[in-house]
Design a protein around this ligand. Structure first.
Ligand SMILES: C[S@@+](CC[C@H](N)C(=O)[O-])C[C@H]1O[C@@H](n2cnc3c(N)ncnc32)[C@H](O)[C@@H]1O
Length: 274
């Protein structure tokens, strides 16, 4: 694969502080629960699109002394990830700037290749899966998890949140990504010729005052300060005033005593043929 997709990829969420802050709260215990029973100390693992690296750190702690590598396209995200890993004294973890389409690793370099909430943002999803299968050893695992925004269910209904979901889909598709990736993971791995495949699903559910206000505040901030709000305006899908109304709606929704938000996250565990 050439550098083409790297230059043209438009990551829908961007790396604004509000976005990185939210992603940095993710843990290996939750985000890799479907993979953890297969992990053993000493395994070599690659985390593709590691972002701020909080999940990567959790994986490195479990796999020590096995080597863990996180790659991402974002220098800012990687810098933060390196700082946090050093602060925790993790010596079996390193981060490199690289694209999933052209990874600087020999065939079969890893026992496990993991990607959390990444395929949904890629233009060339079949190429990414091929490259992940290339760098995992025969008998090793490719483990991915993606949300499916088509499953977002929330209460109480708000016309600006409904509008956000619509506009978010439009901008995401325009960027070349797939907001409903979760339901298509089986098809993607089938098309890649994987025979040994397990699909599972988990729900993110926010239904306490702390959870809903954190979710509402984070989406309000991301709408106002990141490409999540900028791109829909740039593409003509919404006006800035509408984006501000969506942000205000998320803030108000987050403090509503009945507020509830759920969506499904689908995982694929693919074992490379020996
Ligand atoms: C939604 S974030 C997920 C971050 C992390 N895996 C997590 O779940 O917290 C998606 C990440 O994929 C990265 N990314 C997007 N396109 C990429 C590519 N072609 N190669 C490597 N990483 C990429 C983005 O920079 C971003 O950090």
């Amino acid at each position: 694969m050439t550098q083409e997709p790297l230059r043209h990829e438009k990551y829908t969420h961007g790396h604004a502080p509000a976005t990185l802050r939210q992603h940095a709260q993710r843990t290996a215990d939750e985000a890799a629960a479907f993979l953890l029973p297969h992990l053993r100390p000493g395994m070599r693992l690659l985390d593709v699109g590691c972002g701020p690296g909080s999940i990567t750190r959790g994986l490195a702690e479990r796999l020590a002394p096995g080597q863990v590598v996180g790659i991402d396209l974002s220098r800012d995200a990687l810098e933060g990830a390196r700082r946090e890993a050093a602060a925790r004294g993790l010596t079996n973890l390193r981060f490199e700037e690289a694209s999933v389409y052209e990874m600087p690793f020999a065939d079969g370099s890893f026992d496990v290749v993991y990607a959390h909430q990444v395929l949904q943002h890629l233009r060339e999803r079949p190429s990414a899966v091929r490259e992940m299968l290339r760098v995992v050893r025969p008998g090793g695992l490719v483990a991915v998890r993606d949300v499916d925004w088509g499953t977002a269910a929330y209460w109480p209904r708000d016309r600006w949140i409904d509008r956000f979901i619509e506009v978010h889909h439009q901008a995401w598709y325009k960027n070349g990504g797939e907001p409903q990736m979760g339901r298509q993971l089986r098809a993607l791995f089938n098309a890649a010729g994987v025979d040994d495949l397990e699909i599972s699903a988990a729900v993110w559910c926010y239904a306490t005052p702390d959870e809903t206000s954190a979710w509402g505040e984070a989406y309000a901030d991301r709408l106002l300060t990141s490409p999540m709000g900028e791109r829909p305006v740039e593409y003509g899908f919404a006006t800035r005033a509408e984006i501000e109304s969506m942000a205000a709606a998320f803030r108000a929704w987050g403090t509503h005593p009945d507020a509830t938000w759920m969506f499904i996250h689908i995982a694929a565990l693919a074992r490379k043929a020996v």
